[in-house]
Design a protein around this ligand. Structure first.
Ligand SMILES: [Zn+2]
Length: 246
């Protein structure tokens, strides 16, 4: 069940099956340490101490990394060294939900290395049970302090949803599931002045941020305790700039 199937943002509760997976199978399925409570304390030193940041500091680091990417001065990554440091675990400083579009690459866009970003990618950067569960894991088990929803200019998934809704035609295969998830954003943007596609892309980010913030029982609690921030942005294809929208 998708949070975006009804108009407007609302709370989201992951299915009991998903919660069970996180609590019981937990790290065993992912090759990471299991955790028994929603906010288990880390049991060992994090592999990347520089990634232990407040939510605001994590956002500041993302935006500084984006500026490096825009200016073409991204740092060189020593992947050989990073592989060794990350064999015992991970502590990414930000979660990113981005579109599957091949032109959007979060690690490049934020000048980040391995172990820095916990990335979920799906066409239209929408959320479902699996995305919610993934970020619950990042927040609870990995202590990730920030989640960024990253839409992008000229998103084909949002454009297809707009055309399907306006024409009343159904797309082939499993594509209608994307249209269903994106319908609240598309409808909310229909009456807004300006470019319809740009507005729907921004609206989709705004609604997805709101849904993540109110996703019970883990993410909403983390937001209320100020353990994490959930923010939204749109990526500009031509310049690589990430503009905050919520
Ligand atoms: Zn897209």
């Amino acid at each position: 069940m998708c949070c975006c199937c009804n108009d407007g943002p609302r709370g989201y509760e992951a299915s009991p099956t998903r919660r069970g997976f996180l609590k019981v199978a937990g790290g065993a399925a992912l090759g990471l340490a299991p955790f028994s409570s929603s906010f288990a304390a880390p049991t060992k030193a994090p592999p990347k101490p520089e990634n232990v940041l407040s939510p605001n500091a994590a956002l500041d680091r993302l935006m500084k990394g984006n500026q490096h990417y825009i200016e073409g001065v991204s740092k060189r990554h020593d992947f050989k060294h990073e592989r060794e440091a990350l064999t015992k675990g991970q502590n990414p400083y930000a979660g990113v939900l981005s579109c599957a579009d091949s032109r959007i690459a979060p690690e490049y866009a934020f000048d980040a290395g391995r172990g820095d970003l916990f990335v979920c990618r799906v066409a239209g950067n929408l959320i479902n049970d699996d995305v919610i569960a993934s970020f619950e894991y990042a927040v609870s088990a990995l202590n990730t302090p920030l989640i960024l929803v990253l839409g992008h200019q000229a998103c084909g998934a949002v454009d297809a949803a707009i055309k399907s809704i306006k024409s009343g035609t159904s797309l082939p295969g499993h594509l209608p599931s994307l249209v269903t998830a994106l319908t609240p954003a598309v409808k909310a943007a229909l009456d807004q002045p300006g470019d319809n596609l740009d507005n729907a892309i921004r609206q989709n980010v705004v609604l997805t941020v709101a849904a993540l913030k109110t996703a019970t029982p883990i993410l909403n609690e983390a937001v209320e305790r100020k353990k994490i921030r959930v923010v939204g942005a749109v990526y500009d294809l031509a310049h690589g700039r990430v503009e905050m929208v919520s």
